[in-house]
Write a protein that binds this ligand. Sequence first.
Ligand SMILES: O=C(O)/C=C/C(=O)CC(=O)CC(=O)O
Ligand SMILES: [Ca+2]
Ligand SMILES: [Mg+2]
Length: 397
Amino acid sequence: MSWLDLPSGTPFGPANLPLGVFSPAGDDRRRTGVAIGDLVLDLAAATGDPVHATGTLNAFLARGPRAWAELRAQLTGWVTDPAHRGAVEPHLHPRDGVALHLPVEVADYVDFYSSRHHAENLGRILRPGTPPLSPNWRHLPIGYHGRAGSVAVSGTAVVRPHGQSQTRDEPPVFGPTQRLDLEAEVGFVVGAGSAPGTPVPVSAFPDHVFGVCLVNDWSARDLQAWEYQPLGPFLSKSFLTSVSPWVVPLAALAAARVPAPERDPEPLPYLRDDDHPWGLDLALEVRVNGHLVSCPPFGCTYWTGAQQLAHLTVNGAALRTGDLYASGTVSGPAPDQWGSLVELSWGGRQPLPLPDGTARTFLEDGDVVTITATAPGTDGSRIGLGEVTGRVEPARC
Ligand SMILES: O=C(O)/C=C/C(=O)CC(=O)CC(=O)O
Ligand SMILES: [Ca+2]
Ligand SMILES: [Mg+2]
């Protein structure tokens, strides 16, 4: 319950309280805000704490889990107890009037590959005649280090990238990608860093990860197919990675926790998570030009965010505030649960019909891709992760 006049069924009710960075209409100073209903509460003004006027969440997140919990308890009190109305109300802004910015200055960016259904689909599409999963897949969360500097906030234009591609033993050609794709993913935002040389165990996940966002890991499949062996994706994914502006705290997802699927074989000890199930029952939706094309269920992802973090640090690599790692494309078992067009069009061989009478293999200039997600909240409501959206613009140069 809240004294605020919240729209019924709002995904940003008092059980959510995601943090983001905004600037109010007519004022370009960035500050931390919390989304509540159709409003944003200015935390710099409401708390008087300069950490919320720094223009990114980093300095606040670096304070660690005790500070995160204290702020959350304070905010919960503010939005539920009418005694705080007079102090809080002057610092609320209509959400549709503010500009939303990249919430964190991204330190390092990692992309995992942890949906078994996605990995098997890609194996079948790209490597027919070989086993769909590589021999290491069920032993470790496969990933690669991506480009932190091209992570951008939702709404950033997706300029069709140029690059090399090659078909059927012909010499490679240079030009705009003909196979621009989306990848629906969940991102984990690291708040508290770790010491070099000290692996972070699965159990310490909530001590380091503040919360989650939505990620679209835009991918140029033709560039990728030519460049990816033997070192993995490079320019085919580094031109842009879009993230949603609101970071939903792990604390808001307590009711969404589910055990991950059965692992076979049992993982090595540092990846065991029996006592720390961090599967998350997030219901994703992917729209192209407003048409729902897929509903990927995050809960069936094979490796959890906690296992990904343990693997990412098991060699002693230190975490830094602002590190972002993405789950990998989220796909469920059914075709209407696949999180990329390369799957939905089965490698471009089966165009995906849209309700407007057109069909897609890959993205066309002008297409708008929007990924949203909801989850069960701790008060019985459904909470939202907001959206990550982007419009494809024609290639430049
Ligand atoms: O299997 C491949 O060759 C390629 C896989 C991907 O492109 C997926 C990727 O970026 C990781 C992921 O999002 O799951
Ligand atoms: Ca990806
Ligand atoms: Mg880097």
